[in-house]
Ligand binder design. Structure first.
Ligand code: CAA
Length: 258
């Protein structure tokens, strides 16, 4: 598939998906998000790719779902078509690690797809928000749920009810983003993190991601038991033998993803 509204590039084991609809501040329309979904399907099947970065422009990661595309819906049309499920939610279904590198606006659906990624690295100009209430609606791609789990009830309520934007420093303090860097350093930092991940054992990175995410839907006891069984299962892999042997022999491991 040739892409019009995203750029897909590869650098070793890292793939970068850049949202590229600058005139609309990367508003997430169906065409762009179906390209994202298609790219993720390709990257999931590509054994050479161990980590993906999702990014936008310096001004906008994404300013939300496309309001103009959405505005004429009625309840039945938006219920039946469920425009976010197939494409936007492909990010939450993606099984390999995926990092959001966020500069500028990450609003509404933009904040929501950033939160679907495994972690967010933010530039110092990033602004996060769930301003849907200003449009007479509310977040609809997981914003009320993921924001609450990331920053707690008080800040999630504040953001969703007032529609205010949260600057990068506050987002880091609140736990929404893992680190803030200067705008100029955003992509180099994200690439460095992604390439570290891509150089690990791919199945181990995928199982680690699955285990952290599974914890959101489990009690602590269930989560700990789930983690312990998967930890034990990793002793069936060649990569466990290699990783531990390399440590003992004081050399770098060479993982085979087996
Ligand atoms: N949908 C469609 N178009 C959008 C858009 C969006 N979410 N955000 C920006 N644009 C368009 C603008 O309409 C404008 O297009 P025109 O030049 O054709 O008029 C262009 O992008 C540039 O935008 P502005 O002129 O508004 O730029 P600005 O720098 O003055 O303001 C902004 C930037 C504060 C981000 C402002 O654009 C804005 O408030 N955008 C909307 C943010 C928003 O409400 N997001 C939530 C969307 S709803 C949602 O996401 C629902 C959900 O959870 C599922």
């Amino acid at each position: 598939m040739a892409y019009k509204l995203i750029d897909l590039t590869r650098d070793g084991g890292v793939a970068i998906i850049q949202l590229d609809r600058p005139k609309a501040l990367n508003a997430l329309n169906t065409e762009m998000m179906s390209e994202v979904a298609d790219a993720l399907t390709t990257l999931e099947a590509d054994d050479g790719i161990g980590c993906v970065i999702l990014t936008g422009s310096e001004k906008a990661f994404a300013a939300g779902a496309d309001i103009k595309e959405m505005s004429d819906n009625n309840y039945l049309s938006i219920y039946k078509n469920d425009p976010f499920e197939e494409n936007h939610c492909s990010i939450e279904r993606f099984r390999k690690p995926i990092i959001a590198a966020v500069a500028g606006y990450a609003l509404g659906g933009g904040c929501e797809i950033a939160m679907m990624c495994d972690f967010i690295i933010a530039a110092d100009n990033a602004k996060f928000g769930q301003p849907e209430i200003n449009l007479g609606v509310m977040p609809g791609i997981g914003g009320t749920q993921r924001l609450m789990r990331a920053v707690g009830k008080a800040k999630a309520m504040d953001m969703c009810l007032t529609g205010r934007m949260m600057p990068a420093e506050e987002a880091e303090r609140a736990g929404l983003v893992s680190r803030i860097v200067k705008l100029d350093d955003l992509m180099s930092t994200a690439k460095e993190a992604a390439s570290k991940i891509a150089n690990q054992s791919q199945p181990v990175a995928m199982i680690t991601k699955e285990t952290v995410n599974a914890g959101f839907n489990m009690t602590l006891d269930q989560g700990i038991r789930f983690e312990r069984r998967l930890f034990q299962s990793l002793f069936t892999t060649q990569d466990q033998k290699e990783g531990m042997a390399a440590f003992i022999e004081k050399r770098k491991p060479h993982f085979k993803n087996k």
